[in-house]
Write a protein that binds this ligand. Structure first.
Ligand code: DLL
Length: 455
């Protein structure tokens, strides 16, 4: 059997392609490779404990459970979770800031909050034990990407209330990596630091990583010769086309990792090098359900629906059956990497990001999928929705690649009309396309905002 040195650029992915999984590290083999029976037994034991803990310590849940006639004693099987109430953002907002905490602030080591661009932020806390679970979950997912303790990891997520920065930071340190806490922004400095400090791992949103890639290219930086080897992405949808493009242009291997503030932050699930577009859920810490977003009823196994998560160990702020609004499907099929934890598909859409355009449902991810297949445009785009003459009007701004730019108005107009036709064919609603010059769409330092709904 061929041997691989996964500290060499590309070797981790080559090892995965050759099926040499025994040469790829697993952070917690006892748990990550446990059989399903063991996982489910552990989940049930933890669920019983967690429901009781939550009932006893959080008046919000006690009142809700009392009102619906459910007691912690009613949890005998994993399926009994369905008798518990769902939780959504509203509950956490109404109890701002600490109303859902189950421990005194003296026992909280750190707090974080969701960005809260609209309305009251959601505040969450972590006890020492919560911090341990968090960094463990992160250490697992970074090893899934082939990161090793000898790596130098440069952070391009913002530090601050966002869970992305500190979450990844603690987990990478737990693994033994050297952290380079650059933070978000100052793109040219990021590139200089990669070169000067020998950075091997970059942590960023995929849209910001794409921007770092482009700025490097403009500066004449040779990504192939760069020490950078791994990109750890997350925090926003990462379309497969975008990831593949970053991998090709930066000569790195990237994984897409998922999580949300309300249940912990990053670390809920991570992509392994075998499944590529799916992510292993840390099932010993999170019980997942997939439900119909409208009725809340479970969908058939493997069907798409809304992901609902119950953290099983959270002490500072336990939540039961949290409605993520993220749409995905989950499979328990064995994964070639050997990990037994269920895999969720990449989250491409949320049940609440659907746009209704003149009565037709449009998901931004549908627009993104069409644009990814158009060779002449970059992955940067913007969707503008307005009311014109009392009607919804949808405009898609897309950026032309420098080598596809032409001085001929006719050529450019034909390209524009071709994209409009493609979009209309998929969305079944008229769209106006505006071609924007290279670099014309504003780059995000964190999560990209693609939709501007002005209605
Ligand atoms: O974005 C946590 C995180 C940080 C995950 C860094 C991974 C890396 P929030 O700011 O609370 O937390 O946003 C959570 O972002 O419900 C999804 O809609 C979206 N999201 C997060 N990661 C992904 C992903 C963090 N990999 C919300 N793919 C979630 C698609 C994602 N969407």
């Amino acid at each position: 059997m061929e041997t691989f040195d996964i500290r060499r650029k590309g070797d981790a992915i080559r090892a995965a392609q050759a099926g040499a999984y025994d040469q790829l590290p697993v952070f917690d083999p006892e748990m990550e490779l446990a059989d399903r029976e063991r996982i489910e037994a552990l989940q049930l034991e933890k669920l019983k404990r967690q429901v009781r803990y939550t009932y006893e310590r959080v008046p919000y849940y006690r009142d809700l459970m009392d009102a619906s006639g459910v007691s912690p004693d009613d949890i005998r099987e994993l399926e009994d979770i369905r008798s518990l109430p769902f939780t959504d953002k509203t509950a956490l907002r109404e109890t701002y800031p600490y109303g859902m905490f189950a421990v005194s602030l003296d026992d909280v080591r750190e707090i974080h909050a969701s960005s809260g661009t609209t309305g009251t932020p959601i505040v969450v806390g972590y006890t020492d034990a919560d911090m341990d679970v968090w960094s463990d979950c992160i250490a697992r997912l970074v090893q899934m990407a082939g990161v090793v303790p000898q790596d130098n990891a440069q952070m391009a997520f913002g530090y601050g209330m966002f869970t992305g920065g500190f979450g990844l930071h603690y987990g990478l340190q737990k693994l033994g990596c050297t952290m380079i806490p650059a933070g978000s922004g100052n793109t040219e400095r990021h590139i200089k630091m990669i070169e000067d400090y020998g950075t091997t791992v970059l942590i960023a949103t995929p849209s910001y990583a794409m921007h770092i890639c482009e700025v490097g290219e403009q500066l004449g930086y040779d990504w192939e010769a760069s020490p950078l080897r791994v990109g750890l992405f997350g925090g926003e949808p990462c379309p497969p086309g975008l990831k593949a493009e970053i991998e090709r242009r930066m000569h790195i291997v990237c994984t897409d990792n998922y999580g949300l503030t309300e249940v912990m932050g990053p670390g809920v699930s991570g992509e392994c090098l075998a499944s590529r577009n799916q992510q292993h859920i840390a099932e010993d810490h999170f019980l997942w359900e997939v439900v119909d977003p409208v009725t809340g009823e479970p969908v058939a196994e493997g069907e798409q629906g809304e992901l609902v998560l119950t953290p099983l160990d959270k002490q500072a702020i336990p939540v039961l059956r949290y409605r993520t609004h993220d749409l995905t499907r989950v499979t328990k099929e064995p994964c070639p990497c050997g990990r037994t934890h269920a895999r969720m598909d990449k989250v491409r859409a949320r049940s609440d990001d659907m746009l209704i355009i003149r009565g037709t449902n449009v998901f931004p991810s549908q627009i993104e999928d069409v644009l990814t297949k158009v060779d002449e445009v970059t992955p940067h785009y913007r969707i503008i929705v307005e009311t014109k003459d009392g009607m919804d009007a949808l405009t898609v701004q897309t950026e032309i690649r420098p080598d596809s730019f032409s001085d001929s108005f006719e050529e450019m107009d034909a390209m524009r009309r071709r994209i409009e036709e493609k979009l209309k064919g998929v969305l079944l609603v008229g769209v106006k396309v505006q071609l924007v010059e290279p670099g014309g769409i504003e780059r995000a330092l964190g999560k990209a905002k693609h939709v501007d709904d002005r209605r």
